[in-house]
Design a protein around this ligand. Structure first.
Ligand code: NAP
Length: 310
């Protein structure tokens, strides 16, 4: 059986595409990937999604969009896309070893956390190094301990503010002397008594691999070159994201960083394959823009399928 549309990803983009595709009677199959609900499920309160003046919890928002899509006939399937053949029609997708055939595909695979790239970071991941304060911040190992957040964007600020509930002090290590974050987030961070910014500094090592736990970071001041150790029990890395598009490499056009750049609405370089959300957007990357792009991709897929039939 060939599906009319397979949507890859269940973040804001994928699930909004699913709502629209389902309401157009396309009975979309929606693949969850490794993180059902996408990155928003790892955030705490979303304050800027329109319609929620009191804010909305990320996980709850995604659950509701999924329920909305399923109500109209979307079929959410747990599974990870392992391979694609977009050179043949219908398209062939391999999902956890099984073949899935589709007339059209919407790519909404989102983006993952960027890593610092240190050997010690990899060795201490889940042993004090983490990429998600909401997921891990409340762990006993971090309670009343000094913590380090790396980054200067909205994510780093959000992580730092969240961690003030648990840590004794939160050191915000940023490679410049000015935050990239939005003004409101930056103000909250800089005014918080428990957050101490460490400007012009990069983490060059995380200690202590031998003890299999985080005891400190080694920092280098990028202006003076001076190095110093800063004691901490946890390192929360929040330095941006990389698009989850590796499985499509070679199958369609993408830029040097792996972003699939949409042409004319949500079209990719392969007719019948559409793209939406953070895997296609290096600029805005908001829940609401991802949702908007998901809507566009579903409408484009619907029109593509209608043209095939006429
Ligand atoms: P971002 O805005 O790209 O910020 C990444 C930060 O990490 C920057 O400060 C950057 O430094 C730093 N950085 C990048 N690579 C680094 C490296 N190798 N070593 C050290 N530092 C490094 O990413 P983001 O904070 O994840 O935000 C992504 C998007 O989501 C943004 O559009 C943001 O507004 C949005 N967002 C919004 C909210 C909210 O509204 N509540 C919350 C989270 C995210 P430089 O500044 O020097 O480049």
């Amino acid at each position: 059986m060939t599906e009319k549309v397979v949507i890859v990803g269940t973040g804001c983009a994928g699930l909004t595409a699913a709502v629209y595709a389902a309401r157009a009677n396309l009975e979309p199959v929606v693949l969850t990937g490794a993180l059902p609900g996408g990155l928003l499920t790892t955030t705490s309160v979303v304050e800027n999604f329109p319609g929620f003046p009191e804010g909305v919890e990320g996980f709850g928002l995604m659950t509701r969009i999924q329920q909305q899509a399923e109500k109209f006939g979307a079929r959410v399937r747990f599974g990870t896309l392992e391979a694609v053949d977009l050179s043949r029609r219908p398209f062939l997708l391999t999902v956890d070893g099984e073949s899935l055939s589709a007339q059209s595909v919407i790519i909404a695979t989102g983006a993952g956390h960027r890593h610092l790239g240190l050997a010690s970071e990899a060795k201490l991941e889940k042993k004090g190094v983490t990429y998600c304060a909401t997921c891990d911040g409340a762990l006993p190992v971090f309670r009343n301990q000094p913590l380090v957040v790396v980054g200067g964007g909205d994510s780093a600020c959000e992580e730092a503010l969240f961690l003030t509930r648990f840590g004794s002090v939160v050191h915000l290590v940023h490679r410049r002397d000015q935050l990239r974050a939005s003004r409101i987030m930056a103000q909250r961070v800089l005014q918080h008594p428990k957050i101490r910014p460490v400007w012009d500094s990069v983490v060059v090592d995380i200690l202590d691999v031998a003890q299999e736990k985080v005891t400190a970071v080694r920092l280098r001041n990028v202006k003076t070159g001076a190095e110093a150790e800063l004691a901490c029990a946890g390192v929360f890395v929040a330095i941006g994201h990389v698009p989850n598009t590796a499985v499509f490499r070679g199958a369609l056009a993408m830029d040097e960083s792996g972003y699939i750049q949409p042409q004319r609405g949500s079209e990719t370089s392969v007719p019948g394959v559409f793209v939406a959300g953070d895997c296609a957007d290096r600029v805005y990357r908001q829940a609401i823009t991802a949702a908007g792009m998901g809507c566009m991709a579903a409408i484009d897929a619907e029109r593509y399928l209608a043209a095939l039939e006429s």
